[in-house]
Each structure stands twice: as C-alpha cells, then as structure tokens.
Design a protein around this ligand. Sequence first.
Ligand SMILES: C[S@@+](CC[C@H](N)C(=O)[O-])C[C@H]1O[C@@H](n2cnc3c(N)ncnc32)[C@H](O)[C@@H]1O
Length: 390
Amino acid sequence: MTPAARISAAIDLMDRIQAGEVADRALADWGRKNRYAGSKDRAAIGDIVYDVLRQKQSLASLGGGETGRALLLGYIRASGTDPRSVFGADRYAPPQLTEDELAADPPAQDLLREGSDFPEWLWPDLLRSHGDQALPIARALRHRAPVHLRVNLQRLSRSDAITSLAEEGIDSEPLSLSPSALTVVGGARKIRTATAYLSGAVELQDASSQAVADLVPLKQGESMLDYCAGAGGKVLAVAGRTAGTFFAHDVDPRRMKDLPDRARRAGVRVRQVTLEDIEQGQRRFDTVLIDAPCSGSGSWRRDPQGKWLLTPDKLGHILNLQKEILDRAIKLVKRRGHLVYATCSLLDRENDVQIKEFLTRTPDVSIIVERRFTPVSESDGFYCSVLRRD
Ligand SMILES: C[S@@+](CC[C@H](N)C(=O)[O-])C[C@H]1O[C@@H](n2cnc3c(N)ncnc32)[C@H](O)[C@@H]1O
C-alpha cells in the first residue's frame, strides 16, 4: 500500500471508531476484509489509528473537526508534512483537500504544545492527584508506550535473556524499576516469534506491573489468591519469583482462558477457583492480591480509546466496585496476612483515597507500603498499597 492509501484506510477506521466501534475490533475486521494489505501495512495502519486516538483533541483542532478525514488531516499537519502531498496524491489516496480544509491551517506546533489531550471533565481529578505533575503526565499519555518484557528469572537470568533476544534481532536493555524488567529498543515486532518468548522465558509486561508484583510480600511456601486475575499477568509474575501455592479468581472466568497455557509455558501451577469454592472450603490465604478493575488511566498510552470512553457515571460505578471488592477480599486474608491493592489508575479517588476510606471502616488493617508510578517515568501509571491484617 502507498503511504497515502494507508491514510485512506486510517480515515475509514477512525470514522468507524468515532461511530462507536472498539478500535482493535475495527482493525481486526478491516484486516480480514482487506486481504491485499500485508502485515506491515496492517501494523502501520494500526500505529496511525492509535497515534490519532492518543492525540485526538489536538489533532481535531489541527484538522478542523472530529471526522476521520479531519483527524487524519490534523495528524499529517502535526507531522510537519504538507497535506497536499498526501490528499489526492495517487489513486488510492483520500480525495484532494477542499479550499475550506486548506484554509483552516492553524500553527501546528503551537496547538500541540498547548494540548494535553486529556478529557476535560477529568482534568480537576488529575490535577488534585498529581499537582504540577498533572500536565507532564497528560502529555506523556499522548505518546506510544515503550515495550517492556518480564524475564522469568527462574528460567533465565536477565543478561542471558538479553543475549538470547539479541540473537534473534531483538535489542533490549535492563530497567531499574524491577529486577525482571527489560525495555525493548529494537525489533519489537519479532517478540512473539522469539524462542525466549515461545518457551515462556520472557513475557510481555509493563515494568510498573512487574514492580507491583515485586511488592507482593509472599514468602516461600505461602499461599496467594489473585482475586481479579484476568489473564493472570500479576500472579504469573509473583509465581516467577517465589515458590508458593497460587490461586486465581475472576468474576468473569472467560478472562482467565489464556491462564492455563501461560502458566504451563512459565512452568508454574495456578489453580482457578470460584468464590463458592473458597467460601465452602473456608479457605484463607497468606496474601490476597486485588489488581482492581479501574479507569485504566495509567495505561491510556496502550488503550487510548479508553481515555475518551470513560464517563463520570462509569467512574462512579468503578469506585463502588473497588470498594465492594476490598470489603469482600479482606475476609479471605489470614490473620497477619497481607492484602495488596493495585490499580493502573492515576486518580487518587481510585487509589489512596479509596484505601484511606477502606482503612477507616476496617480497623484491624494497616498500611505498610504505598507506591505510585506515573507514565512520566517511562512505564505505565500504577498505584499499589500493601496492607496487613492484624
Ligand atoms: C485490571 S484487570 C486484571 C488484570 C490482571 N491481573 C493481569 O495482570 O493481567 C481487572 C479484572 O478484574 C475483574 N473483575 C471485575 N470485577 C470483579 C469482581 N467483582 N470480582 C473479581 N474480579 C473482578 C475483571 O474481570 C478483570 O479481569
């Protein structure tokens, strides 16, 4: 596909996404229906669509509207390219620009410098949560996230993992945030076919997520329940570090469908349980981890559509859910055991405020560690607190 044809495809896709389709589903569907597009074209179009979503507000200003065409016009202007060299460039290109479109040409760099591309209604929350770091954080969310790997240290040392990946054209460097973390600086598209990945020696996982798993105070032989396990990223990270007995639960068990395979590749055992199993057996755990459902605001670089789909109502619902989960999960912690609460949110209301309120209504629990990560320091935004039950 020509560069202009990729822009045409991105315009169509952005129209669909603006009309309510989920970005990755629209992209997968487009790939299925346009078989002439090779994997490089599909990847490039995906990159454009996600870049546009990350900077939607400022690109809408630059392009003069929120249609796919206007957003892509903004995208091209922001890149410093003359849009006339793209629109109408060849037979697969989007139609030539109209006089009106050409006339509206604001000074690109000024607008982009101003733009935070953060939902206006949520800005006071971010400001309250991060003060003078709010703007750098919002700006960090406008860019692509780095690709991080977790090395399964029971399989391979971090330096051996770097060597193994390099032999297959993937360049990586250690990150200080976690002893298992690598950042990929070249060849990221080859990861899923690399030997180290296929053998379970490395997994794709953001470094903050790894750092959160590092905070889980599980000792050799103890039991841990991942209460909101999803695809199991956290429980696998803890199991890759400490030999314990691991259990996974999720309100939606379908979200754990990849967990058995991932656990097998990593060489660890994780038993899936229901709340009924736990309650009937009256089982208690040394540690219960809550990787809570949240706004996802800390990972909006990876899921930029989420930034525009969150509403005050949805956030209110999430806050209630977090409260309910905390109140339920603490009952599953042994005395003198730990409850670890984590979110990939940047908002105090989901983080320290949520925990402060929980501590007020749960007097036999105290906080022993609290950490925040923001995307300004490379990795995703995360919050984690480690609580101890008396
Ligand atoms: C942030 S994700 C977990 C990600 C996962 N720990 C990982 O590292 O891959 C939150 C999960 O909480 C689950 N969840 C939502 N409400 C829940 C509830 N009431 N009880 C248990 N899990 C819930 C969701 O289905 C979702 O899979």
